[in-house]
Design a protein around this ligand. Structure first.
Ligand code: R5P
Length: 296
C-alpha cells in the first residue's frame, strides 16, 4: 500500500497528492510540549508500507524541519518499506554557497540530514539552489527538482487571455523558469538584471526591451517581501508593458507584499499551494503525483 502523510505544514496538499495517486492519506497528530518540544505520531500502521512524506518548510522552517526529522526517523524505526520525502517549499536552499568565510551552507546541512534520517528520495519544486552544479555534493540519494511553471503559465493564460505576451524573469536566475513558462505559451521570454543588497533591498537595472503595448507575465520562484517584483514592474512599465501579471511558485508574502505588488500596478498575482496563501490558486499535487508515478 502507498501512504501519503504530512506533519502540520502540508496536510491538505498531502491529502490532495494521495487523491491524485489513488493512495491512502495517513493523518498525524502533532503537539507541542510546554517547553516547546515537538511530539508527532502516525495515526495508522506504517510497517512494510511505502510512505510519501509531504512537508513544506515555509514560514516556520525550524518547527517543520523537526517534524520532518521525527517523521522520517520514526518511519525507519517502524520499518516502513520505502520513504520518499517531498519538500514543496525547500527552506534553507537559498544559502547554497559559503558567501562569507565561516558560514554554514544550510542547503547541504538540511539535505544530508534528510538522507541520514532515512529518506530514499527527495523531491523539491522550483528550488532555489542555483550554485550547486553537482547534486552528489548534497546527497547520495536521488534529488529531483520539479517545476510548477507550466501549470502557472496555463492558469494565467486561461484566466486572462494574454495579448502578445512576453514572459519575464526578474533576475538572471529566474531566466530558466521564464523559459519554461514561455515555452508553455509559445511566446518569447527574457530576464532582468538584479543586484541584492540585503534581504529587503534589491536593485533592478533599467533595460531596453521591446514591450510597447504587450502584456507581460513576470514569473519567479519566491515572492517574499515583494520588493523584487515591485522593482521589476517599475522597469517593465518604463519599457511600455501594457498589462502586467505575476506568477510565483512559493507565495511567502511577508511584510504586506501582496498589497504592495498590486499597488505597484500588477493586475493579478497567483501562486501555488506549496505555501498556503490568499493567492495559492494552482495546486502542485498533480506535478508531485506525476513525478512519483514515474518512479515505479
Ligand atoms: C531570489 O533571488 C528569488 O528568486 C526571489 O526573487 C526572491 O526570493 C524574492 O524575494 P523578495 O520578494 O523579498 O524580493
Amino acid at each position: 500500500m502507498v501512504l501519503v502523510t504530512s506533519g502540520s505544514a502540508s496536510k491538505f496538499l498531502a491529502w490532495n497528492v494521495a487523491q491524485q495517486l489513488k493512495a491512502q492519506y495517513l493523518n498525524t497528530e502533532v503537539k507541542h510540549f510546554p517547553d516547546g518540544e515537538t511530539y508527532i505520531r502516525f495515526l495508522g500502521e506504517v510497517t512494510k508500507e511505502e510512505v510519501i512524506v509531504v512537508q513544506s518548510l515555509a514560514l516556520k522552517p525550524n518547527d517543520y524541519l523537526i517534524e520532518l526529522f521525527l517523521m522520517l526517523d520514526a518511519l525507519k524505526d517502524l520499518k516502513a518499506k520505502r520513504v520518499i520525502t517531498v519538500l514543496p517549499y525547500f527552506a534553507y536552499a537559498r544559502q547554497d554557497e559559503r558567501f562569507k568565510s565561516g558560514e554554514a551552507i544550510s542547503l547541504k546541512t538540511v539535505s544530508r540530514l534528510i538522507e541520514a534520517a532515512g529518506s530514499e528520495y527527495i523531491f523539491t519544486i522550483d528550488s532555489h539552489r542555483h550554485r550547486v552544479v553537482d547534486q552528489d555534493d548534497l546527497t547520495t540519494i536521488p534529488l529531483h527538482d520539479l517545476t510548477a511553471m507550466t501549470e502557472l503559465a496555463k492558469h494565467m493564460n486561461n484566466k486572462h487571455p494574454l495579448h502578445n505576451p512576453a514572459v519575464i524573469g526578474p533576475d538572471a536566475e529566474a531566466g530558466a523558469w521564464a523559459k519554461t513558462a514561455a515555452d508553455t505559451l509559445s511566446v518569447d521570454y527574457d530576464a532582468l538584471e538584479k543586484t541584492r543588497h540585503d534581504a529587503e533591498t534589491v536593485e533592478i537595472k533599467p533595460r531596453k526591451l521591446d514591450l510597447k503595448g504587450r502584456d507581460v507575465l513576470i514569473v519567479d520562484d519566491i515572492i517574499s517581501t515583494g520588493n523584487t517584483i515591485i522593482k521589476a514592474i517599475d522597469v517593465l512599465k518604463k519599457n511600455g508593458a501594457k498589462n502586467i501579471y505575476v506568477a510565483c511558485t512559493h507565495p511567502l508574502l511577508v511584510l504586506n507584499a501582496l498589497v504592495r505588488i498590486y499597488d505597484a500596478g500588477a493586475l493579478d498575482v497567483v501562486g501555488t499551494d506549496t505555501v498556503p496563501s490568499a493567492i495559492s490558486h494552482v495546486s502542485v499535487a498533480p506535478v508531485i503525483a506525476d513525478a512519483i508515478k514515474k518512479l515505479k
